[in-house]
Design a protein around this ligand. Structure first.
Ligand code: TRP
Length: 477
């Protein structure tokens, strides 16, 4: 059987952008930004997207298109080493961790969508009256479990339909709808009473504040940049394995990163004015994961056609979330299809059953040793897995693929890429793995206990050991 490829030129861009654009932009970005001081976070985040995100994205693309397999096969075939193949299984595990909490949040969104639609019929949506209490009750326990199952089921149906009919067609409809609705809402939010304060909180780039908070926001900013670009879990490796050699990877990557950033920044332009208009000041009280739900619910309830706007908004967010969750489920599915010869339906069924359980635990959200499972998986666990995952991809690209990676990046690309390909490989293969290791260490608080430079030293040493350990005759350096 020949491997499926995207049916149209726009198919890959749309699907990859559809994967990138999701709850990470609309739900996670506003609350992580708020929790980390607003504009001080935003600028660092944007810099990381540009300097780490885009080259990292190209790393996954090059590996995927060259390998023409899901992560396990790509790592193994391109290196000729079983050990690297085994490392590929790491991405399967990461993807399952991701979808476990993601489909719980997707479930919340589905529920708000349903409530809003019911509210159209006359009575107000139930969450209008007490947004905070409603979110508290809906976000965990048996209710959350039910909606998690529903969201997971929808995801499974699209992945079951395959690359062209499912993923490609689905995202073609979703992406433009998401953009159009967010622009409309951002414009409207700008007319709300809190807009001026919100813009000051979100967009006033004060260098002194940025300098004072730089190392505190570095880890969360890097984590958010990877999450929102779908990096570090093999998604972009897998999607790139379905593209032809004549596409320009740098062009596609840039379009995807720009689109994705636009949606995140737009979501902030929607959520922050609404929070401020409700009297919620994110610099005083961290709004947490409920920011989107509580902020918007309060705002929608003040609108004349509130239930209608709410239905449209949550409907669009459901679509954005689905085009991302399918890209997570696709990783274990393509792994089982490529490596064990399962049929697509069998693979989808098997993975779905596994996530019914793992996601179910996140939905019920028990507290183990004082830590809520949901918060742990959605926060530190995923940040760590993604950072380690991308670092390994980049080490592989720079030191195992080496010159082949440059050739692959150039294939289908224009003249600009010829000049940039080698500097890109040096950045991706050397500087970025060190940077990612460093952020990992700061996430574990290592810089707080041993100091900044010693932490940099540890990152350099670990990276150097990795470089030497995997070096091939194709390595650039
Ligand atoms: N980027 C998506 C979002 O912002 C989530 C996502 C999909 C993802 N696939 C991924 C995150 C792979 C990390 C890795 O909602």
């Amino acid at each position: 059987m020949t491997r499926e490829t995207w049916a149209t030129r726009a198919g890959f861009i749309l699907a990859a952008a559809g994967s990138a654009v999701g709850l990470g932009n609309i739900w996670r970005f506003p609350w992580v930004t708020a929790d980390n001081g607003g504009s001080a976070f935003l600028l660092v985040y944007l810099a990381i997207v540009l300097l780490v995100g885009v080259p990292g994205l190209l790393g996954e693309f090059v590996l995927g298109r060259r390998g023409k397999k899901s992560p396990v096969g790509a790592f193994r075939d391109l290196s000729g080493s079983r050990t690297w193949g085994l490392w590929g299984v790491f991405y399967v595990v990461t993807a399952i961790a991701l979808i476990s909490f993601y489909s719980v949040v997707g479930g919340w969104i589905l529920r708000y969508f349903g409530e809003s639609a019911l509210g159209l019929a006359g009575a107000q949506p139930a969450y209008f009256t007490e947004p905070g209490a409603y979110f508290g009750a809906a976000s965990a326990g048996l209710d959350a479990l039910g909606f998690h199952l529903l969201f997971l089921g929808l995801t499974a149906v699209v992945v079951y339909a395959g690359v062209r009919r499912g993923i490609e067609l689905g995202t073609k409809v979703m992406m433009p709808a998401v953009l159009a609705l967010l622009i409309g809402l951002a414009v409207w939010a700008g007319t709300r009473p809190g807009a001026a304060e919100a813009y000051a909180f979100y967009l006033s780039f004060d260098l002194a504040t940025i300098r004072a908070n730089f190392f505190d926001v570095l880890g969360p900013a890097a984590g958010q940049a990877l999450f929102t670009l779908s990096l570090g879990a093999g998604t972009m490796i897998t999607y790139a394995s379905y593209i032809d050699e004549d596409r320009s990877l740098p062009f596609d990557g840039t379009v995807i990163a720009v689109l994705n950033t636009l949606v995140g920044v737009l979501a902030g332009l929607v959520v922050f004015p609404l929070l401020f208009s409700l009297g919620v000041d994110p610099s005083q009280t961290a709004p947490g994961p409920g920011a989107l739900f509580v902020g918007l619910a309060g705002a929608f309830s003040q609108l004349p056609a509130g239930a209608l706007v709410a239905t449209a908004f949550f409907g669009v967010v459901v679509l954005a979330a689905l085009s991302s969750s399918i890209s997570m489920l696709e990783i274990p599915v393509s792994f089982l299809v490529d490596e064990y010869g399962l049929s697509r339906p069998q693979a989808v069924a098997l993975v779905t059953v596994a996530v019914v359980v793992t996601g179910g635990i996140c939905a019920i959200n028990p507290t183990i040793a004082g830590v809520g499972v949901f918060g742990f998986v959605a926060g530190p666990l995923v940040d760590t897995l993604l950072t380690a995952g991308l670092a390994a991809v980049l080490v592989f690209v720079g030191w195992v693929m080496g010159r082949d990676a440059v050739t692959e990046l150039r294939s289908g690309a224009g003249g600009v890429t010829d000049a940039l390909a080698t500097p890109w490989l040096l950045a991706a293969g050397v500087v970025l793995p060190i940077f990612l290791l460093f952020t990992l260490l700061t996430n574990f608080g290592v810089d707080a206990s041993i100091g900044f430079w010693p932490t940099v030293g540890v990152a350099v040493l670990v990276a150097a050991a990795a470089f030497l350990g995997v070096r091939t005759d194709r390595s650039l350096v």
